[in-house]
Design a protein. Structure first.
Length: 641
């Protein structure tokens, strides 16, 4: 019981009144529900979605939280991921940890985890998945498995096959892509192409798969990947108005004379027109090279390496579920990996094509290597919630005659770019590594490395009436990027007004004196300025590098060898040598702080930032360091010291 003051009925004086104690909330109690995304069909693959929640009325969950999912023998996990989760797969167990910057409140749910599984051919009936972990008693979820029809495998041997054969055995394989394209493929069927062979002509198969039973194009036998040469076709591998396809382990080229201005060429092209929603496309382990496309026609239907293109104007159409992974692109014109759409109109892009915005969803571009790309490296257009991570891009805008950038988006929201390396951008028609362009909203670049790009590090440029708002660029590093074009710089702020875009905790070093560090040539200020720069380290060339921006907001940045405008305002500027590990950095490790650096412990806390790790995987300190390196807490010193 607890006592509170009441009034005595005789004197009116306060007197203690006994009331019941407020009951303490029970401990956190997490539970997980695992459900299937679509049907789970025997002999196919499937995606399971695990959602972990805290019970109503419970105390907040601790952090970090680890949840372990044990799958039955009928479902073999191959991959698991979820925004904010760190997942691993070991045999039948999937273990996921959510570090968390705050405890999970009662009734709240963590971001979902997607678990990709292979379904045993003999599987049937209902199976159970158990989940348990931190503050998480064991719970079970039920998954129903549908029996699958036996699916055939077809073979293509462009050296020794015969188009009059049935194509269903290696000894009776087809010989030409034209014959393989004439067949209509059904759910779970496979087209396997013999390794060590070369096929000429487009592979344009018909048919489609089903949830859990995609159609697969893959290699068989021993030796190098089968080489498919398109010889000037629109796409060497060309999927039209279809869905549920996976393409793996091919070597693709498309060479011919330089195209006319009406010709388009691609290595792998998935194309929709007035189709509706097309689901599940996987491109993995594919090598695309020597695509003789045109430098013109950036969109809506460009040339390029691996492209997903939406056309048409009658029926709203989009892709849902694209994964491009572990593939290599070399000497491709014009776009390396890209998406485009003619369903692009919304308030954030009022002049976009079409009658509505049909955003591509479930797009992942991961662990690809791109070299010598004629135009844009990786461009995400018309998407929401895309993930672009761990890609390496070396050489872009090599033959472009329009504006191109390394890894960027147009008319796309909530895109996460992380752990990418970009170098070798040529020219000054953009050619920067990263770009918040028109219609980009609430997107994040973090943990990326840019170096030696002639077009610079970052562009913020919403043209026309597009709206670019709420983006974050943090915990990235840049070495020796530059842009010598008038109005540009290592970081360029151009075009029209943008809102609430923040650049913080980056380390930017250039050895070039003939470039600006930050250049603002935007036309207007709206809602508090075009960008906010905070807790960044800017290091110029020994002879000095100018900064020309009096429109953006600057706070608590460190400037070394930077020429600042006379009316420049950074109320907490640190103007000192940051004492990096190397005075002439060549690698990210050279950007780490040495003991005694004035950047140690002198950063400010970023409002709304929930980042827990820095570029080097150190925990974010409190107070933080200035710049991308949050390490060496024992070496901190105060600004006064």
């Amino acid at each position: 019981m607890a006592a509170v003051l009441g009034l005595s009925p005789l004197s009116g004086a306060p007197s203690p009144v006994a009331v019941a104690d407020e009951p303490e909330a029970p401990a956190a109690r997490l539970s997980t529900t695992v459900s299937a995304q679509g049907r789970v069909v025997a002999g196919g693959s499937a995606v399971l979605v695990a959602r972990t929640s805290n019970a109503p009325g419970a105390r907040p969950a601790p952090n970090p939280v680890t949840v372990r999912h044990t799958l039955p023998k009928e479902l073999t996990p191959t991959q698991a991921s979820g925004r904010g989760w760190r997942c691993s797969v070991a045999r039948q167990q999937v273990s996921c940890t959510y570090p968390g910057s705050r405890a999970l409140a009662p009734s709240e749910t963590f971001p979902p985890v997607q678990i990709r599984v292979k379904v045993a051919a003999s599987a049937k009936g209902t199976v159970r998945i158990s989940s348990e972990g931190t503050a998480h008693p064991r719970s079970q979820s039920r998954i129903d498995i549908t029996a699958g029809r036996p699916a055939r495998t077809y073979y293509l041997d462009c050296r020794a096959g015969n188009d009059k054969a049935a194509g269903t055995t290696t000894a009776g394989a087809w010989r030409t892509p034209a014959r393989a394209s004439a067949h209509t493929y059904g759910p779970g069927e496979r087209l396997l192409i013999k390794r060590g062979t070369r096929c000429t002509g487009a592979l344009k198969p018909k048919g489609k798969g089903a949830p859990g039973r995609p159609v697969l194009i893959d290699a068989y036998g021993r030796g190098p990947k089968p080489h498919l040469e398109g010889a000037g076709a629109r796409g060497t591998v060309h999927l039209v108005n279809t869905e549920q396809w996976e393409v793996r382990n091919l070597d693709i080229s498309n060479t011919a004379a330089r195209p006319s201005k009406t010709q388009r060429r691609a290595g792998l092209l998935a194309q929709l027109s007035d189709y509706g929603v097309a689901r599940h496309f996987v491109v993995e382990g594919v090598d695309v090279h020597d695509v003789t496309g045109g430098a013109f026609a950036k969109d809506p239907d460009p040339s390029g390496g691996i492209l997903f293109v939406v056309r048409g104007s009658k029926k709203p159409t989009r892709f849902a579920g694209i994964r491009v992974a572990n593939s290599t692109l070399r000497h491709v014109d014009r776009t390396g990996i890209g998406t485009t759409s003619t369903w692009a109109r919304r308030p954030e892009n009022p002049e976009g094509a079409g009658r509505s915005w049909e955003a591509i969803t479930g797009l992942t571009i991961r662990r690809n290597k791109l070299y010598d790309i004629g135009g844009d490296g990786i461009v995400v257009q018309n998407a929401k919630g895309a993930l672009v991570e761990r890609n390496y891009l070396n050489g872009f805008n090599r033959r472009g005659n329009t504006y191109n950038a390394g890894i960027w988006a147009w008319n796309a929201d909530e895109v996460l770019y992380q752990y990418n390396e970009v170098t070798g951008g040529r020219g000054t028609k953009d050619s920067m590594a990263f770009d918040f362009d028109g219609g980009n909203n609430r997107s994040v670049y973090r943990y990326n490395y840019s170096h030696d790009n002639e077009g610079g590090f970052l562009l913020i440029c919403p043209p026309g009436d597009t709206i670019t708002s709420g983006n974050r660029f943090h915990d990235n590093v840049s070495i020796n990027d530059r842009n010598t074009r008038a109005g540009y710089g290592v970081i360029s702020v151009l075009c029209g007004p943008s809102r609430n875009n923040r650049v913080y905790r980056n380390t930017v070093v250039t050895s070039h004196a003939n470039t600006r560090m930050v250049s603002n040539d935007s036309k207007d200020i709206q809602d508090g300025g075009v960008a906010t720069f905070e807790n960044n380290i800017f290091v110029g060339a020994p002879e000095g590098t100018p900064l020309k921006d009096t429109l953006s907001t600057f706070n608590n940045n460190l400037y070394w060898r930077i020429g600042l405008p006379t009316d420049f305002d950074d109320p907490k500027a640190v103007k000192a040598d940051p004492m990096l590990r190397s005075a002439g950095p060549k690698t990210p490790d050279d950007l780490r702080l040495r003991p005694g650096s004035p950047a140690l412990g002198t950063g400010t806390k970023i409002d709304g930032d929930r980042t827990e790790r820095d570029f080097f995987n150190n925990p974010i300190l409190d107070p933080p360091n200035i710049g991308a390196d949050q390490g060496r807490p024992a070496a901190r010193r105060s600004r006064a010291g």
